[in-house]
Design a protein around this ligand. Sequence first.
Ligand SMILES: Cc1ncc(COP(=O)(O)O)c(C=O)c1O
Length: 388
Amino acid sequence: MTDARFGRAIRSAWLLDPDVVFLNNGSFGATPIEVLEVQHEWQRRFEREPLEFVGRHLHDELRSAAQAMAAFMSCRGEDVVFVENATTGINAVLRSIAPLLRPGDRLLTTSHVYNAVRQAMRYIAWLTGAEYVEVPVPFPIASSEEVVERVSAVLTDRTRFAVFDHVTSPTGLIFPVEQLVRLCKERGVWVMIDGAHAPGMVPLDLESLGADWYTGNFHKWLFAPKGCAFLWTAPERQPITHPVVISHGYGGGYLAEFDFTGTKDWSAYLSAPAGLAFLQRLGFERARQYNRTLALHAQSVLAEALAIEPPAPPEMIAYLAAVPLAGRGRTLDDAQRIHDWLFDEHRIEVPVFAFDGMLVLRTASQVYNEADEYDYLADVLARWNLAD
Ligand SMILES: Cc1ncc(COP(=O)(O)O)c(C=O)c1O
């Protein structure tokens, strides 16, 4: 919390509104101005001579950007393709496996799943006659072992495919993905990791993780422009893995199929290395230490303000800190009302989710945040708590 280079000292590197206490880097990320400028330069390069750009340069530039990102994630560039967002990465894999599913096969995830992923899995279950299974995992939670035990108890020989979050969305927990992947591999279950929040937040070693598929966003925590994410596919799964949009490359292999899915603005993908360079200049370890310290501070002051125990152990926390808002409602409307009150009355941008019959408020910590922003939120919540 005492790194003089971060917090307010660095905030002018973003376009963020100085009048808002912005504690929601988690939803869409925040792109530094210098990365937006790199993106605009890519757009200008394209517009100067579109045919020349797409015909002669796009392929090599995309591959070189993928290679740079792969090096950061300890995997091979040829296993990494760009997609617009993690939702697209998940949908590509679900649609790819759909023809291989039989009625009664099980598609499994946990109750912490991101709702869009839940919906995509439900859709594929409906399409194929497979069964959608959501393993209840508690929150508050005492240890990551609980996740492994709950999942292990529900895997059967009918489980065909599982998706686990690397960092969960409503509850901000680091899940033990290494153990979950191992469990699935032992039981012959295809496993995909939804790392929407992971790049830039937790160190990645995709090669040794050994999942079948891994998708993640560069736009959330890796400073890339919006619409910049990736799909990593194990070489043995690449022949069955196709993009959501089929184009010229069909039948030409994994890279040919994903690298061109119709005309679009490729500038966000091509600017991913600039986002990574920004992080590396800050120092990944230094940023991690700062953000994680802030998140643990947030968890502690919010728990105190709400008079509850911290709902998750420190080893499950990275940059997101979620706390239950007991007795404050349970529906999406209740969540929206509290969000709007915090924003309209106190200029605090922080998400509130409906999760498992309760409301959960989740802070995010990025290098432009300061400890006193969480103190301010905690103070507002403490007064709210006492007001009842
Ligand atoms: C766990 C998880 N999966 C998927 C997504 C979807 O990300 P995107 O909107 O970039 O597709 C999110 C977004 O917050 C998420 O938290």
